[in-house]
Ligand binder design. Structure first.
Ligand SMILES: Cc1ncc(COP(=O)(O)O)c(C=O)c1O
Length: 351
């Protein structure tokens, strides 16, 4: 009997698992009620008490909290590495290292990792690799073809696509699939049928939406690069971005999420004045949906293996599906407010 008890799966869940495995080129996929949940499943599947794991310093912050918090309580030690480490990760390997966790591009800061170089080091030593592939999706980065053992996706973002579900997917290659499935079966933390149906519906248009996100993201990123208020644009598909050559080698596209570093003269109050009056862009953490969003960010507070010392304030943009002219006008007005708010004030003079 294929379906005996709900926690072991339902036809709806199986549909989505199978579709994602096909799309990702994976041996199998498990689902979770959130992207962070899928990350936790992947890490529980590859670790045991006494292990050491290496996690990129550019990782999504709640993943860092899970590793340094929950995993440490179960006797798994986490060390963070520079996202640009490449094959030099070899120097960090210990006999008890069981897992290397990657995220490329990095959360908020967008560093591109040399995935093949890291995977080669891991494979030669029997170490498992996990990647958070949410930004690129399997359409733009073929994690398993690059040798990654488990690829995690927050379906909350581009798969759902409409900012109305939370969902996670973790897909594994043949060698890692039994451990991932056993972990999922032991926990019985599965999403509800309604969310899976919305994800299956999202799957039918995801290829169009990510291509549109790519075109819009690039158009806005290029425009922002030309603006005097902006010091740098952190977008892997821009030729002057430090990780661009690796991105071009390994990825087949980019999506609609990227960051900028503003010129140093703009402080927190200037940024607040810019953001508080945005009409199209909302303030919001999630992304991959239909609406445009922006958040101020600063990685300085939590990085441990690398220093985050940009010359100015950071803003992360998610470009949505609103009218492009409205998006650009909102940004132009916002940058205008930013520039005006820090313009030199007239100095009162005594006659
Ligand atoms: C890169 C990345 N991975 C994972 C997640 C977690 O997804 P969820 O919100 O579904 O837990 C997020 C959410 O923002 C994310 O940005």
């Amino acid at each position: 009997m294929e379906f005996s008890y709900g926690t072991a799966g339902t036809p709806t869940i199986r549909n989505l698992e199978d579709a994602w495995s096909k799309l990702s080129g994976a041996a199998g996929t498990v689902l979770s009620p959130s992207g962070l949940g899928a990350t936790a499943l992947a890490l529980f599947a590859t670790t045991k008490s006494g292990d050491d794991i290496l996690v990129t310093d550019s990782v999504y912050r709640p993943t860092r909290n899970f590793c340094s918090g929950m995993l440490s309580r179960y006797g798994v030690k986490t060390r963070y590495y520079s996202p640009g480490i490449g094959s030099r990760i070899e120097d960090l390997i210990k006999p008890e290292t069981s897992t290397i966790f990657l995220e490329s591009p990095g959360s908020q800061s967008f560093e591109i990792q040399d995935v093949p170089a890291i995977v080669k080091v891991a494979r030669d030593r029997g170490i498992k690799t996990i990647i958070d592939n949410t930004w690129a999706t399997p359409l733009f980065f073929r994690a398993h073809e690059h040798g990654v053992d488990i690829s995690v996706e927050a379906g909350t973002k581009y798969l759902g696509g409409h900012s109305d579900i939370l969902l996670g997917l973790a897909s594994a290659n043949e060698a890692t699939w039994p451990a991932l499935r056993a972990t999922y079966d032991a926990m019985a933390m599965l999403p509800g049928a309604d969310d899976c149906i919305l994800a299956l519906r999202g799957l039918r248009t995801m290829h169009l939406r990510v291509k549109e996100a790519e075109a819009r993201g690039l158009a806005v990123a290029r425009w922002l690069r030309s603006r005097p208020e902006v010091s740098r644009v952190l977008h892997p598909a821009l030729p002057d971005f430090p990780g661009h050559e690796i991105w071009k080698r390994d990825f087949s596209g980019s999506t609609g999420l990227f960051s900028v570093i503003l010129q140093p003269q703009y402080g927190a109050q200037d940024v607040a004045r810019m953001l508080d009056q945005m009409r199209i862009f909302g303030l919001g953490f999630s992304w991959g949906g239909f609406e445009s969003l922006v958040i101020p960010f600063n990685c300085k507070d939590y990085r441990t293996a690398t220093q985050w010392e940009p010359e100015g304030a950071g803003l992360r943009f998610q470009i949505g599906l609103e009218d492009m002219e409205d998006i650009m006008a909102d940004l132009a007005d916002g940058l205008g407010r930013l520039a005006r708010s820090s313009a030199p004030k007239d100095v009162a003079t005594c006659a």
